[in-house]
Structure formats: structure tokens, C-alpha cells
Design a protein around this ligand. Sequence first.
Ligand code: NI
Length: 177
Amino acid sequence: MPLLNILRFPDPRLHKIAKPVAVFDDRLKKLVADMAETMYEAPGVGLAATQVDVHERVIVIDTSETRDDLRVFINPEIVWASPDKCLYEEGCLSVPGVYDGVERPSRVKARALDVEGRPFEVEADGLLAVCIQHEMDHLMGKVFVEYLSPLKRNRIKQKLLKEEREEKRQAQKAVAR
Ligand code: NI
């Protein structure tokens, strides 16, 4: 199965809004399998379809230490969020090398469908709660750096654009050689 290309901030495609999945077929199963493989390979604890330029409401998450507890959320919704918040140092595969504190509800209840279209609910706290909310933001076209100050966000944008230019230069050099 192929690894998928992960879009990097500030790619404008990260701001597209994902559509609900309507058909639960082999194409969806393949997308989920490829997303899971891409997440494990990266490695990351979560990946939203938006990040691989597929604008459908699909998320894969594995917050386990042992990396063997894949959770798939299709068309996820948050049905309850706790009034108490927690501050968590977040990172994102679309914003490599950047970590910063984001405050979110510390517990959430989410409802979603599995890859066969069967509904389920999960009540989450800790890293899983953070991760569900972070990935669901991606589906709405929101990257976690948007919670940071404009100054910080701009600094991150310039840093990533510079890294991208540098990578392109290295790739061109390799071709010219
Ligand atoms: Ni992310």
C-alpha cells in the first residue's frame, strides 16, 4: 500500500472543508488503510484525510504506546465537551518540528461511524481527547497554529516556507548532478 503525501502548512489545501462520507466501500477501506500506514510511518498519533488532500470526513488515530490500537472515525461529531479545559503541547504532521500549547476541553464525547458504516460513541480524556479535537479541526480546514498568536503563526509560516525552499534546492542539485 502506498504512503500518502502529507500537505504542509501553509498549503492552502489544508483549509478546505471536508465533506461527509456517503459510501462505505472498498475505496474507503483503502483510503483508511493508506492513511493508517502513513500515520504509523511518519510517525504520528493522528491523521485527518484533509492532510493527505482528500477532503472527506475521515480520521485515523492511535494514541497507544504500543502502536496497535488503531481508531477510525468516519463523519465524527463531538456530542459533548467538558467545561474544564486543559493546556496540551500539540504538534502536527503538517507542521513538522513545531510544538506549542493549545487549550481545549479536557474531555469530550464523540460519535462517529466505523469503516463499515456502523455508529459508535467514545468518551475520551487526556491525549485521545486532544487528538480527536485536533483532527476534527483539520476536517474544518483548521490547523492548530491558528490557535497561536498571529506573530507566532507568521514566524512558523516563514520557517516552514524556508525549509521547503531549501528542500527544493537540494532536490534540484541532486537532479543536476
Ligand atoms: Ni494535525
